[in-house]
Design a protein around this ligand. Sequence first.
Ligand SMILES: [Zn+2]
Length: 201
Amino acid sequence: MSNHTGALPLVKLIEQFERLPGIGRKSAQRLAFHVLDLPIEKAREFAGAILDAHERIKKCSHCQNLTEEELCPICADKSRDETTVCVVEDPRDILAFERTREYKGLYHVLHGLISPMDGVGPEQLTVKELMAGLSDGKAREVIMATNPTVEGEATASYLARLLRPMGLKITRLAYGIPVGGNLEYADEVTLYRALEGRREI
Ligand SMILES: [Zn+2]
């Protein structure tokens, strides 16, 4: 019994790693033992980095990108073109677009995609915030830049239906991105072509 109680923190640690995306039981055990082998100050540094990131990083009040400030650096940059808003699933997609150095507009991060199979509806995403952001009337075009997956397409058409009555031009990325592919891994040239070849939906 005492043996079992003693093992509990390790079991808990393994469980924490197992909850991370892409980590199975075996990897979780390997990571937990690795962390256990760390000198205590390294372990504190690791735990501290998790807490620090959580406490300091929040969502940009305008585009929902992750930031330490009230506005993210892109929204705060007055040289960006406010007439174009690129709607993406994840903050990592912004990094991909910024790497092209061609897109000068603003973004909106949905933090997910509509997926009835997983019980994710529009209310779990930042759709309300998107509508609020567009209500200032500055935007002329909204680019639906979700991944070309079933969920990505469903989300893009849902938003297009929702936004069209606002008199906005709604466009979708061209299929330079392979179907079922992931924007995050698209190279700059492919992503730039997809952006250039966007069509109205
Ligand atoms: Zn922002």
